[in-house]
Design a binder for this molecule. Structure first.
Ligand code: AMP
Length: 209
């Protein structure tokens, strides 16, 4: 099963990805995670990525396309994959189509977690992660247990100012993907304002799991 997950920052893609991976034995490929891992190292590539992410801007297409192309070569992608946060521009969608075509593969579904901007600010600014386990909490909607609360960290780009920029990038550059995938009959729109459990149920119904 070859899947793409699209949605604005804070729509709940990461949380829902966990449910999909429990139902289907495919790896999650998050370009945000790959880019954060790159930034945590040293060198020119780390500096270049950081210059964009810290402002809430998209990293240039050719860099991200190369990262994904390399990742898709790994053996664990043979049964399929869940791309989370990629593609984010029409250029990336075309590059992905070409990468898959070269491998004789194609996408099965593009899941869109649809949600209005007003709901995202509170979701994003309350988000915290546990550096020891990688688990993501929300101070209000998914409160962390008392014993881990002091070690939680906030992503540098989860502040309101950077989020506003990320949302502008989403509307300008990522939203044009929706007609692109609609035309190809791949777009599955999920109402992201529902509860996490309802969203999960709807996604699994679409995927037939
Ligand atoms: P995310 O964790 O998906 O919200 O990504 C965090 C940041 O990484 C984004 O705000 C971008 O700066 C960068 N990024 C992640 N995925 C992409 C992508 N597909 N294209 C360009 N930049 C990306």
């Amino acid at each position: 099963m070859n899947l793409v997950f699209v949605g604005p920052p804070g729509a709940g893609k990461g949380t829902q990805a966990e449910a999909i991976l429990k139902a289907f034995p495919i790896p999650q490929i998050s370009t945000g995670d790959i880019i954060r891992a790159t930034i945590s190292g040293d060198g020119a590539l780390a500096d270049e990525c950081r210059r964009y992410t810290e402002k809430g801007l998209l990293v240039p297409d050719d860099l991200v396309n190369r990262m994904v192309d390399r990742r898709l070569q790994a053996d664990d992608c043979r049964p399929g994959f869940l791309l989370d946060g990629y593609p984010r521009t029409v250029n990336q969608a075309e590059a992905l189509e070409a990468m898959l075509e070269r491998r004789g593969r194609a996408l099965d579904h593009v899941l869109l977690l649809d949600i209005v901007d007003d709901l995202l600010v509170e979701r994003i600014t309350g988000r915290r992660s546990d550096p020891e386990t990688g688990k993501i909490y929300h101070l209000k909607f998914d409160p962390p247990p008392a014993e881990v609360v002091n070690r939680l960290v906030q992503r540098e780009d989860d502040t309101e100012q950077v989020l506003r920029r990320r949302l502008t990038e989403y509307h300008e550059k990522t939203a044009p993907l929706l007609p692109f995938y609609q035309e190809r009959g791949l777009l599955r729109r999920i109402d992201g304002t529902q509860s996490m459990a309802q969203v999960r149920k709807q996604i699994l119904q679409v995927l037939g799991g």
